[in-house]
Design a binder for this molecule. Structure first.
Ligand code: CDT
Length: 304
């Protein structure tokens, strides 16, 4: 029996600052229904998929920042996503800002969850590679204050048994780091789900701007091939509050080939029928880790 997971990369166009959670959830539900109509088992939404990408602004007051965070999942407005999952029998990956009381203090993470077809959370990931800066830098055309607004994730890179395979998660900047895929690859991951918000313009390195779509595909294609895994990368795209963000949402096979892609900068679904057993020929030959890796020679990676 082939292990097929039909996946919808549910790209979002911009979310305005004034758009309510309930309005955004309606957009997500519409994409879930569309995906179900095409026979999808799972839809993947972007990073911070419930609000505008708020780290682009410096806020002085913590209450203003916390307004972008979810204190419960599901909460009042997001419950509809879980109800729709159960009603349709479709799973989802969702990125959101998580506010949690843990170890006697409030903690804030850039988080994603994996929800199964019964509407139950089966996995959680908290972003490890937080890009940007900690202090207000007025010289920039816009801020990227993830290092200020979030703590580094504390869950590592777990993989979860779901949808008939081993599923992993990552968030945006994580996709640029080979260790992200490799740590999950070492656990046998078969499909990595990841959402992103990537401005076209990178203020500290504007010379990279013209390459932003190339780098996006490059890192996900190499991560997929080098670990023999599917990768589903999904954007929040388009001009959001005056800042252009890339689209280029893609589904990548374990061969490293792109098998489906979005072509707009708006709400759009790209679909692929992913055979998890296509991971096998990579994991058992070229990237048979037990046979060919030389971890003794890689020590510097964890020592520096
Ligand atoms: N959201 C997020 O992580 N964005 C970063 C921007 C970094 S600029 C190179 C990203 O890696 O896409």
């Amino acid at each position: 029996m082939p292990r097929i997971v039909s996946v919808g990369a549910a790209q979002l166009g911009p979310i305005a600052l004034k758009e309510s959670r309930a309005e955004v959830v309606e957009r997500l539900v519409a994409l879930m229904r569309q995906a179900k109509g095409h026979g999808c088992d799972l839809v993947v939404f972007p990073e911070l998929a419930l609000t505008t990408f708020f780290p682009r602004w410096y806020f002085e007051h913590q209450e203003e920042i916390d307004a972008f965070f979810e204190r419960q999942m599901p909460g009042h407005d997001t419950r509809k996503l879980f109800d729709t999952a159960r009603e349709l029998g479709i799973g989802f990956y969702l990125g959101y800002a998580e506010l949690v009381e843990q170890e006697g203090r409030l903690r804030r993470f850039n988080t994603s969850i994996l929800v199964d077809k019964a509407g139950s959370i089966v996995g959680k990931y908290r972003k490890i590679h937080l890009p940007g800066h900690h202090e207000h830098e007025p010289w920039r055309a816009f801020q990227h204050l993830e290092k200020r607004y979030f703590e580094r994730g504390d869950l590592g890179f777990p993989v979860y048994r779901a949808f008939g395979g081993l599923m992993g998660m990552a968030i945006c900047n994580d996709r640029r780091w080979p260790e992200t895929y490799r740590v999950m690859g070492l656990q046998g991951v078969e499909m990595v789900l990841l959402g992103y918000n990537t401005p076209v313009h990178n203020p500290p390195a504007p010379e990279h701007d013209a390459l932003s779509n190339f780098h996006n595909s490059l890192v996900m294609q190499s991560g997929a091939y080098q670990n023999g895994t599917w990768v589903v990368g999904v954007a929040k795209a388009g001009r959001e509050e005056g800042v252009d963000q890339i689209g280029n949402s893609i589904i990548v096979a374990p061969s490293g080939e792109i098998v489906a892609a979005c072509s707009t900068l708006g709400d759009e679904l790209a679909i692929a029928r992913c055979d998890l057993d296509l991971t096998r020929s990579y994991k058992s030959t070229t990237f048979n880790f037990a046979r060919h890796r030389e971890p003794d020679q890689y020590r510097m990676i964890v020592e520096r």
